[in-house]
Structure formats: C-alpha cells, structure tokens
Design a protein around this ligand. Structure first.
Ligand SMILES: NC(=O)c1ccc[n+]([C@@H]2O[C@H](COP(=O)([O-])OP(=O)(O)OC[C@H]3O[C@@H](n4cnc5c(N)ncnc54)[C@H](O)[C@@H]3O)[C@@H](O)[C@H]2O)c1
Length: 444
C-alpha cells in the first residue's frame, strides 16, 4: 500500500476510505471490453462487490451466461466471473447508484480528421453524473489527452451541484493491459494514479493498491494521462523508426531483423522493436494523435508523432508493392494472406493493416483469400468492407496461391507447411526465419 499519498481529509473521503480498506465498497466498471472485463475480474478477485455496466446488451447477456466475447480469452474467466456471488452485470445505469467506486473503460477513437473522439467518455460521464451521489470515487481509465479528466469530465460531474474534492472524488488511472500477453495481466501490472485533489489521489491509490500489484501515485491527473500517451508514443515512434530502417537496409541488401537481433545483445541502452506491415489495434495507431492534437491546441508541435504516423501508415502500401513485384501482372493472380488480426494470437482487427492491404490488392485485380484461425469471418469495419471468410490452411490452398503473404504471425500457424508448398512467401514478420522452403521467401 502506498504510504506517501496524502491523508483523506473530507468526511465523505474518510468514510469512503474505510469502505475501500474493508472491501465493503461496491465497484462499478463502465465498459466491459478488452480493458473493463479483466479489470472487473481483478476487482472481483480483490473481494469487492463488482457491477459491470455496458451499453451493449450482447455483452451483458454473455457476462451472465459466462461465455466469452473477447477472442483471445476462453470461456473460463467469463464463467468464473459469472459464478462469483460478488459480480453482477447490467445495461441499466441506475444499477450503478449503489456503487462507491465507478471506473470508466470506454473507447477513445479518432474522428474523421484524426481528431480525438471523446463522445464515449462524455456519454458515459453523463450516465455517471445521472446517478452521482456524495461519497463516490470516479476514475477514468480510457487513454486520452492530458486534461480530459479535469476539463471534460469534471464540469459534467459537477453539473448536478455536487463539488469535486468535497462531495465526490475524481481520478485518472491509465490501463496498461496487453491482451493475450502470457506474462502480464491487469493485476500484475503497476498502475499509475493521478487525482484531482489529494483526497482523490489517496482514495484511488488505496483502492488500486488492493486490486493490482503496485500503485504509482503521481502529482496530478494530467501527469497520469500524459504518462500513458508517452508509453504509446514511445512504441509508435520506435516502430516507425525500424520500419524506415527496414526500407533503407533493404536497399543495401542488409536484413533488418538480423541487425536488430545483433543490436539487442547490448545489455543496456537498447530496446529492440521489430518492423511489420503497419500498426494496428486500438492504442498505438490512435493515442499518439491525441497528444499531437492537444499539442497543436496549446500552440506546440509534435513532429515526431506526425512523422511516425506518416511512416507507419505508408507500410501497407509498401507491402502491397512488394507483393505485386512478385506477382508481375497483379490482375487475376491469387494472394493468400496469413493472419488478419492486428497482432498475433488475438482476434482483434481494429485498425489492422490487413484491411488496407487486402483492399489494395483487390483494387489491383488480385484474387485475395485469407487464413486466420482467430477470425473465421472478416468482421465489419468502419472504413473497410471486406467480404471474405477464412479458408483452411492446407496444401491445396497454399500451393494454389501465386503469393502467400504473411501479415500476422499467429503462434498456431504451421510455417513448415508454408515452406513446403508455397511458391513465393512475402513475409512481413520474419516468421519464416529458419524455416526450410522450396519456394522463394521475400522479406517485406
Ligand atoms: N485494448 C487494449 O489493449 C487497451 C489497453 C490499454 C488501454 N486501452 C484503452 O482503454 C479504453 C477502452 O478500450 P477497450 O479496448 O477496452 O475498448 P472496447 O471497445 O473493447 O470496450 C469498450 C466498451 O465500452 C462500451 N461502451 C461504449 N460506450 C459506453 C457507455 N456510454 N456506457 C457504457 N459502456 C459503453 C462498449 O460497448 C464496449 O464494450 C480505450 O481508451 C483504450 O485506448 C485499451
């Protein structure tokens, strides 16, 4: 438990602190997706009454049934949560009125012009405002620009007349969960916490200290918000760097993967990042633009972010060029794409580079099919319409393809089979490294 956080002072804070310490506080999790579900599991395991609230009725149904809706998770954790007598699920916001701690884990996507879309944060904050009562702690976990908690949420919550820091408490604590990570899960990742005021910091630190392995209290909600964005910018910029290096080394006839493997043997001062077909997911391609937008608003520039975005978003078309180089005349040729989710071993296709790659290949007249054991059908996307279903990964399909294009290197893929039967493999992940092949392997 952090001892360096301030003491609670207001009477509402003192009684809430007691409820948190004795685990008699009831907790509401708003948004039961990739972040909210594992968080609710951790809160339940910590011994708190936990209510999962989501506007998606299908999720609520499945939460009650103990059936998974997150592709990288089995039914097991869902059945465990459904079986807990501390857990309930609801689509009815009034059910949250009994909660003492309410945590918001709703999406923060980009709008049409790459501007932050806070509509989910605003909508869910309004829902919370409708049931807000004295003695509640509200925490935002969604990734967002620094200032959102204070400038966007606070006025909505205070709109009903209750005062932040006296009647209710508001904090920000970024989520760092990495779906399908074999080593870390919500409870084993240290959590940064920043409050609007000392009492909020104290309460949120005490609460999370009972749910996760370690709490890192910081001086303000803005520092906590910024720390999360920096973590994602760090990845975005470094991935862009290796993607650019891949293109430069390729012209020199040098294998970038071999270079990075060699550099990574330095025991300090170097962290390896690997090139790929472009960024995907709900975080790395999106969050950095929250900061560049905010920086522009404040009269500053974030040139690294813009450049990294430019390089990373150009990768799918570079992969398509490399694939078409192998095809000669692209029209009428067949391309079998391996893996369409944005990263290995998950079914999440949000912002996946597979979507623009497939579309561009189709525009050039290629006959595109795909294999992805995690995505049997290509799900509907906002900006892409891909009417395809996963085909089996067998000898017939692999040998029939003019090019097999590896976009996502799921652990279950039989790379040796590709090596045995593919005429040409265009490999964006270095998945064929060390695999014997009868055809050509082209790194892209
Ligand atoms: N997915 C990740 O790996 C990850 C990791 C760290 C942080 N984050 C951040 O966490 C936030 C949530 O991401 P996610 O991946 O869990 O999103 P998600 O889409 O998987 O889940 C969000 C859930 O919120 C629900 N929702 C939307 N509006 C709502 C409302 N008004 N009231 C109640 N529920 C509502 C949706 O139905 C959905 O179930 C985002 O800001 C994201 O950037 C995500």
């Amino acid at each position: 438990m952090p001892t360096h956080t301030p003491m609670a002072t207001s009477s509402s804070a003192i009684s809430l602190l007691k409820a948190i310490e004795t685990t008699s506080a009831a907790v509401g999790v708003v948004g039961m997706g990739y972040v909210g579900f594992p968080l609710a599991c951790a809160v339940d395991r910590a011994g708190y009454q936990t209510c999962g609230f989501d506007v998606d009725p299908i999720k609520i149904e499945r939460l009650f049934a103990g059936k998974t809706y997150l592709g990288h998770m089995t039914d097991e954790p869902f059945a465990a949560l459904a079986g807990s007598d501390r857990f309930s699920a609801t689509s009815n916001v009034s059910d949250l009125s009994v909660c003492d701690v309410i945590i918001l884990c709703v999406p923060t996507p980009l709008g049409e012009e790459n501007e932050p879309d806070l509509s989910y944060v605003i909508q869910s904050t309004k829902s919370v405002a409708s049931i807000l009562r004295p003695g509640m702690l509200i925490v935002l976990e969604s990734t967002t620009w620094p200032g959102t908690t204070r400038e966007v949420m606070l006025p909505i919550l205070e709109g009903g007349g209750l005062v932040c820091g006296e009647d209710f408490f508001l904090a920000y604590s970024p989520e760092r969960v990495n779906p399908a990570d074999a080593k870390f899960e919500t409870a084993s990742i240290p959590k940064v916490v920043g409050g609007i005021g000392d009492d909020a910091l104290r309460l949120a630190s005490e609460f999370y200290g009972r749910v996760v392995c370690d709490v890192v209290p910081v001086a303000s909600a803005e520092i906590a918000e910024a720390s999360k964005i920096v973590e994602n910018i760090y990845r975005c910029v470094n991935i862009a760097l290796v993607n650019e290096l891949k293109l430069a080394f390729d012209k020199m006839g040098i294998d970038v993967w071999d270079v990075i493997k060699a550099s990574a043997t330095k025991p300090f001062g170097f962290q390896p990042f690997w090139p790929g077909p472009g960024l995907g997911g709900h975080c790395i391609p999106i969050d950095p633009f929250y900061l560049s937008w905010r920086a522009r608003q404040c009269g500053a520039e974030a040139r690294f972010i813009e450049l990294a975005g430019e390089i990373n978003t150009s990768m799918p078309s570079i992969v398509v060029e490399r694939t078409c180089d192998e095809l000669g005349t692209a029209a009428g040729k067949s391309v079998l794409v391996i893996g369409v989710s944005y990263k290995p071993n998950v079914s999440d296709i949000r912002e996946t580079p597979a979507a623009p790659i497939i579309e561009m290949l189709q525009e050039r007249g290629c006959d595109v099919s795909y294999h992805d054991p995690h995505c049997p059908e290509f799900p509907a996307m906002k900006r892409h319409t891909i009417d395809l279903q996963s085909v089996p990964l067998d000898e017939a399909n692999v040998s029939a393809a003019d090019v097999v294009l590896i976009v996502t290197d799921h652990a279950v893929i039989d790379w040796s089979m590709l090596g045995n039967y593919a005429k040409v493999v265009v490999d964006t992940r270095n998945a064929m490294d060390g695999i014997a092949a009868t055809g050509r392997i082209v790194k892209a």
